[in-house]
Design a protein around this ligand. Structure first.
Ligand code: PGA
Length: 251
């Protein structure tokens, strides 16, 4: 049995005051123990959110990390070592905004993935196709290449302690959601690809869906056999909405 996970990606949103208020709201949510919940604030707010969520079951993570695991003369970067030292438990790797807007390649992402793991952080590897790629019938090929390149670089063993998020780029922040059947088809293909390498990894892997998940569509998506929770952007900025999504994962 895989424990469902719901992670809130706050992206580059919030002031000190609003991040604090959102963390306080999240802390008060009634969430079933069966669901693992995490929030991923901007770097600047990580420490405050960790303070607010101390002694709560909700984990805190980051949205990115440097490819160099320790420290060094890398202006503007934040390392996995620093995130782990602060108390972070997870980190997003390869969100489509990083791939598209910051040109992050699969080769770079494999280095970030291993940097995260080398400090005990759980990487949440994001994969997903653009609208153009979907319309060209290339969805499974694109997703399989993104995942396959990390497996090729690091070996399947690196996936024992990782999470995968399938996020169709055309569904992120657009209000368009993949239908449960569309999402399930990709999740099943991801699991089959993992199974080709290791049945154990495939069986245990949490594969989250992301892309305009809301309280109103979460239960239907999370009800699919290979969807093990969600990566939530916009809707995670409202504690009540986020709570409802977390509860939907526990049904
Ligand atoms: P969204 O974002 O829920 O606002 O579509 C999801 C994500 O980018 O992780």
């Amino acid at each position: 049995m895989r424990r469902p996970m719901v992670a809130g990606n706050w992206k580059m949103h919030g002031t000190r005051a609003s991040a604090d208020a959102l963390a306080q709201g999240v802390r008060q949510l009634a969430i079933p123990d069966s669901v693992e919940v995490a929030v991923l604030p901007p770097f600047l707010h990580v420490e405050r959110v960790l303070e607010v969520l101390a002694d709560s079951p909700i984990a805190v993570g980051a949205q990115n990390c440097a490819k160099e695991p320790w420290q060094g003369a890398l202006t503007g970067e934040v390392s996995a070592a620093q995130l782990a030292d602060a108390g972070c438990k997870l980190v997003l790797i390869g969100h489509s905004e990083r791939r598209q807007l910051f040109g992050e390649s699969d080769e770079l992402l494999s280095r970030k993935f291993i940097a995260a793991q080398s400090h005990g952080l759980v990487p949440i590897l994001c994969v997903g196709e653009t609208l153009e790629q979907r319309q060209a019938g290339r969805t499974l090929e694109v997703v399989s290449e993104q995942l396959g390149s990390i497996i090729h670089e690091l070996g399947i063993g690196a996936f024992f302690n990782a999470v995968i998020a399938y996020e169709p780029v055309w569904a992120i922040g657009t209000g368009l959601t993949a239908t449960p059947a569309q999402a399930q088809a990709v999740h099943a293909a991801i699991r089959a690809q993992l199974a080709g390498e290791s049945a154990e990894v495939a069986q245990g892997m949490r594969i989250l869906y992301g892309g305009s998940v809301k309280a109103t569509n979460a239960a239907e998506l999370f009800g699919m056999a290979d969807i093990d929770g969600g990566l939530i952007g916009g809707a995670s900025l409202n504690a009540d909405e986020f709570g409802a999504i977390c509860r939907a994962a526990g049904c």
